[in-house]
Design a protein around this ligand. Structure first.
Ligand code: ADP
Ligand code: MG
Length: 695
């Protein structure tokens, strides 16, 4: 058996390989580009490209691709081989610095939300040297950013890098005020916990809804769901364990720090968590993880479902975005620290996050909004669509003491002076117990739990980084002018707590009471994508995002349109799939069962004068359900037709929310009822029990 330490990162063009294959001069120059973003000289690019190509060919690669993350939410790639004809009819393998640095995919079909007219449709990809190139399936993958010719971002990586830079800039100003002159850069880190379902491939194939939409559009609850809670952290079945081991190995080869794996709450649901990384790398790695999860599943006769709600009535899948801010000197700015100074600095960053989350609730909410995640937010296991922060009782009490100038705790006699007193001890263990909070402080990081399992983590982190950068900027503007730093700091934190404490909620986020309470507090509750997405264009959001250079105004409007189009298209495909399944599969199957039962009645009655009350009642009930399905399908057909006639995307999304989705529910209800009284042999596709317990 190969050792993990030997094959970990074996498919990655990382520091080790760079050092071994590049001249010292080239290596140093590349390092400067990676660490500080200095432009790369073409001679250096040529040398790096040559080394990459030789290394890749040695590993069996024949092609290279610029790998990018367009607004579709999945990654894109176009493969070019290294071959180049030689005069004698043979080929040589070539790869130039120019090809490494810039690509021009004819990518005119990617969504741009009107940013590119078709006559100038080409976008270009630019190498992101901060994310290592890697080999997958015989191809050298080069992580790239995707832009239009006029420089607008057409992907999720460019704004993510911009948001990290904005936060870096503002955090450095704050750190300077605390005398941290040796810090040269500040970065956010993310550890995304990824949930997924595994179902048997043969069963999956038989369901159009799973194949076309990634989720079941019909399906009655089986006798057993997740109520026994015996799956969570339960022992892993051998077929799943083999899958997980294979997955770990593939991820490790790609240098992805897959760390934790376990069964989740729902049957057939599992989770994988990596060790956290710089956000940009974490985003690339999470995209790769999702791809590899699907690919490895195929080898095991399984399908990996990353949809947020594959099955109604059991938990959906999310992604927990564990997020922290740290310096290049190794200090986590969200850790309380030990000295009064560290404590005060921590409290200021904490205050910035609290204010950011309160003022930009809408941006955070919409950063995770998709048709899929709408089924999950507000459902029984997931955070509600209301954003709030969990801090834990002890930290909340400390903030209250600061706000009210009162002593903290029973023993402390003195009020706390920031920058002078040590923060009272609070136990980190108790901070992570609230699993119902959408945004929880977990001792030295925040865990944003609203992300859907299929979301790219980029959107959430773009908005989170941007909002926190904005608050740090406002804080720095005030504190840089202060004559008495400590008292200005104290006042600022006190005021921030008092102005924004409404966002702090330590109770049960799944409790119905909370919805009323949140409304009283004036917190927003944006239930669907159609409700929240247009808010990205609100003046305050446009001003904030443009002022930090995260997006241009045109980019913001284009993103709204792309996300709404995605929502409308997704639901439309689901609606059409439902009609198809109802008309071609479910109704005929149920009608056949009803007809067979009815002819049994006729036969029985011809023999003797029996009442046949069971069969008669059954046939009548089935017939009513068939009629109900038929008319609900007609209503849905009409809705899908009407949708086409609406020409404005915002109005379309509202129509989807108000008319199409309710019509889908109305069709599902009689179908699911019919499933429970139709003999299993007649049913055209595998039911929930097989899917959920069939692996
Ligand atoms: P859980 O939330 O299930 O209790 P853990 O506390 O082990 O799990 O952490 C979950 C994720 O948080 C992991 O991906 C881990 O690497 C990540 N994480 C831990 N510390 C940090 C940090 N300082 N910044 C960002 N992510 C972190
Ligand atoms: Mg967690």
């Amino acid at each position: 058996m190969e050792k993990v330490t030997e094959y970990f990162g074996s498919m990655v063009f990382d520091e080790r390989v760079m050092k071994a294959t590049l001249s010292e001069k080239v290596y140093k120059s590349l390092k400067r580009t990676i660490d500080r973003g200095t432009p790369l000289d073409i001679s250096v690019a040529n040398a790096v490209a040559a080394a990459m190509k030789d290394w890749a060919i040695e590993k069996g690669a024949t092609h290279y691709t610029h790998w990018f993350q367009p607004m579709t939410g999945v990654t894109a790639e176009k493969h070019d081989s290294f071959i180049s004809p030689a005069p004698d009819g043979r080929v040589i393998m070539e790869f130039s610095g120019k090809e490494l640095v810039k690509g021009e995919p004819d990518a005119s079909s990617f969504p741009s939300g009107g940013l590119r007219a078709t006559f100038e449709a080409r976008g270009y990809t630019a190498w992101d040297p901060t994310s290592y190139a890697f080999i997958k399936d015989g191809t050298l993958y080069i992580p790239t950013a995707f832009c239009s010719y006029t420089g607008e971002a057409l992907d999720k990586k460019v704004p993510l890098l911009r948001s990290m830079e904005a936060l870096n800039k503002q955090a450095l100003r704050i750190l300077k005020l605390f005398g941290n002159d040796n810090v040269r850069s500040v970065r956010t880190s993310v550890g995304p916990e990824q949930e997924y379902f595994l179902v048997d491939r043969q069963l999956w194939k038989q369901r159009k809804d799973l194949v076309m939409c990634g989720r079941t559009l019909f399906g009655a609850m089986p006798p057993k769901g997740q109520e026994m809670e015996d799956h969570y952290f339960g022992s892993i079945k051998s077929r799943v364990a083999e899958y997980m081991a294979d997955l770990d190995k593939e991820l490790w080869k790609l240098g992805i720090l897959a760390k934790t794996k376990h069964n989740e709450v729902a049957p057939a649901q599992h989770e994988l968590a990596p060790i956290y990384k710089t956000t940009n790398i974490a985003a690339d790695h999470n995209q790769l993880t999702m791809e590899v999860m699907k690919k490895v599943a195929e080898r095991h006769g399984l399908v990996c479902l990353l949809h947020e709600k594959p099955f109604e009535g059991v938990n959906g899948s999310g992604k927990h975005n564990n997020w922290s801010i740290s310096t290049d000197t190794g200090i986590n700015l969200l850790a309380p620290g030990e000295t009064p100074y560290e404590n005060a600095q921590f409290l200021l960053f904490l205050a910035a996050v609290i204010k950011a989350v309160d003022e930009y609730q809408d941006l955070l909410r919409l950063s995770v909004a998709t048709a899929g995640n709408d089924h999950r937010l507000g459902a029984n296991e997931a955070p509600p669509a209301i954003i709030s922060i969990f801090l834990g009782d002890e930290l909340t009490a400390i903030l209250e003491a600061i706000e009210n100038d009162t002593p903290y705790g029973g023993t402390a006699k003195e009020k706390m002076k920031l920058g002078v007193d040590v923060l009272p001890q609070f136990s980190k263990d108790t901070t992570d117990r609230n699993r119902t909070s959408p945004f929880a402080f977990t001792g030295n990081k925040f865990e944003f739990r609203m992300l859907g399992s299929s979301n790219s983590i980029s959107c959430a982190n773009i908005h989170l980084n941007a909002a926190v950068a904005e608050e740090l900027k406002q804080f720095a503007d005030i504190l840089e002018k202060a004559s008495d730093f400590n008292s200005a700091l104290h006042d600022l934190i006190k005021k921030t707590i008092s102005d924004h404490k409404r966002i702090i909620f330590n109770g049960n986020g799944y409790d119905d009471q909370w919805v009323n309470e949140a409304e009283k507090r004036g917190l927003s509750n944006l239930k669907t994508t159609a409700d929240c997405m247009p808010k990205i264009c609100d003046k305050k959001n446009v001003e904030m995002l443009t002022s930090h250079g995260i997006f241009t105004e045109a980019e913001i409007f284009s993103r709204r349109d792309i996300m709404l189009e995605n929502y409308v298209k997704t639901v439309n495909i689901e609606a059409l799939t439902m009609i198809d399944m109802a008309r071609k599969e479910i109704i005929p199957a149920v009608a056949k069962f009803a007809a067979d039962t009815a002819s049994a009645v006729a036969v029985k009655k011809s023999i003797s004068a029996v009442a046949c009350s069971y069969e008669t009642r059954l046939v009548s009930e089935l017939s009513q359900l068939i009629d109900a399905m038929d008319s609900a399908a007609s209503v849905l057909e009409k809705a899908a037709e009407d949708l086409k006639a609406i020409d404005n995307i915002v109005a379309q999304s509202e129509f989807v929310r108000d008319t199409v989705l309710p019509a889908m529910d109305a069709l599902r209800a009689p179908a699911d009822k019919a499933e429970t009284i139709t003999a299993e042999d007649y049913y055209p596709f595998p039911a929930y029990d097989k899917l959920l317990f069939g692996v």
